[in-house]
Design a protein around this ligand. Structure first.
Ligand code: TRP
Length: 348
């Protein structure tokens, strides 16, 4: 019998014995905001403790929506600073930019052989985004194929995602199954690790927090800037006058308190709101201070990195180099299985 203390996880259970490999990606929309942090980054930081992690800035996905070639490089850089500032650790994780590893697009193309158009057309994100457009770029439809390529290229087994990406992950699993069925087992079917944050609403209290909606608070904002943003937050609409009783359970400011304000202050904040003894402005001020305090260390780290941008470039270059090694090994096998290795069969 294997000693349970030293036996690897999954030993003898039919599960793979290797620790799970994590891949996740984020679009380069510049400095991260609270939604990015609560919905993803915070969890990515924790996953580093017991997983081999790949974290990717997916700039090639950005071209499927509105983007500016002039601004894209700065947005990639700023997101990288946010990654590092909150504690993604290049010593433990592979942190890189998608376009630095050409194999992502190569695999995406090869996966076209098995990716079903019907499924692509059924994706909610595709339906939502394409409905607003007169002319739909093919990239918008094919977006999940590139996402599948991101994940499968590293043979990742677990993918931390928000609720809204579960459908894309299910499609990734389907693509992996079909490819394995046709060309032989190679890709594990990655399982989702669902973020524990739920849906993080923007300051409008209405829509998901998102840069394009202008309802965000940047995680690296200075305390005054945090206040400038938080003071605009929408609270319980039924509370018109300061001493009206409020409903913390419907107030988005209160739900943010739960993430950033010390837990032992939360009952008081809810109680004063219900009793109408603390006004919304004051309540927001407390939230603003909590947020600014929470990210004080990250701000300091970001300032150091901005003073030394070469360090950020170095980290991303090293990350890309490490990612490329993995990517090359997978793509070599994919090419072989798909008959794209004719050159290696040249007779001597
Ligand atoms: N589509 C994801 C999002 O919008 C970003 C993404 C791209 C991703 N490739 C990925 C997430 C691979 C997880 C794994 O959030």
């Amino acid at each position: 019998m294997a000693d349970p203390k030293t036996a690897k996880k999954g030993a003898g259970t039919g599960e793979p014995e290797t620790a799970s490999r994590v891949f996740s990606g984020m679009q380069p929309s510049g400095e991260a905001h609270l939604g990015n942090y609560l919905g993803a980054l915070r969890q990515w930081v924790r996953l580093q403790d017991d997983h081999e992690c790949f974290f990717c800035i997916v700039d090639q996905h950005a071209i499927t929506g509105e983007f500016s070639p002039e601004e894209l490089p700065a947005r990639v850089f700023d997101l990288a600073v946010s990654f590092l500032a909150v504690g993604l650790d290049p010593e433990r994780s592979t942190i890189f930019v998608q376009s630095d590893v050409a194999e992502h697009t190569e695999l995406a193309w090869l996966l076209n052989a098995v990716a079903p158009v019907g499924e692509l057309e059924r994706m909610t994100q595709y339906k939502d985004k394409s409905a607003r457009l007169e002319s739909i770029p093919a990239g918008l439809l094919n977006y999940p194929i590139l996402q599948a390529a991101d994940i499968l290229l590293y043979q990742a087994t677990a993918v931390p995602v928000g609720e809204d990406q579960l459908q894309h992950l299910e499609l990734t699993r389907e693509i992996a199954r079909r490819w394995n069925g046709r060309f032989g087992q190679l890709f594990p079917e990655p399982r989702p690790i669902l973020s524990d944050a739920g849906r993080i609403l923007g300051l409008d209290g209405n829509a998901k927090m998102s840069k394009s909606l202008g309802n965000t608070v940047g995680i690296l904002a200075e305390p005054e800037q945090v206040w400038d943003r938080v003071r605009t937050a929408v609270t319980d609409p039924q509370r018109v006058r300061r001493d009206d009783p409020g409903r913390p359970e419907v107030c988005n400011v209160f739900s943010l308190h739960k993430h950033f304000t010390e837990p032992d202050r939360i009952p008081d904040i809810a109680g004063q709101c219900r009793a109408g003894t603390r006004g919304c402005v004051e309540c927001k001020k407390i939230l603003s201070d909590s947020i600014a305090d929470h990210f004080a260390e990250a701000r300091a780290r970001a300032a150091e990195l901005r003073d030394d941008p070469r360090e950020v470039y170095r980290i991303l270059e090293e990350g890309a180099e490490r990612a490329r090694q993995e990517a090359r090994s997978t793509i070599r096998q994919v090419r072989e299985r798909m008959g794209m290795d004719w050159a290696s069969r040249r007779p001597d």
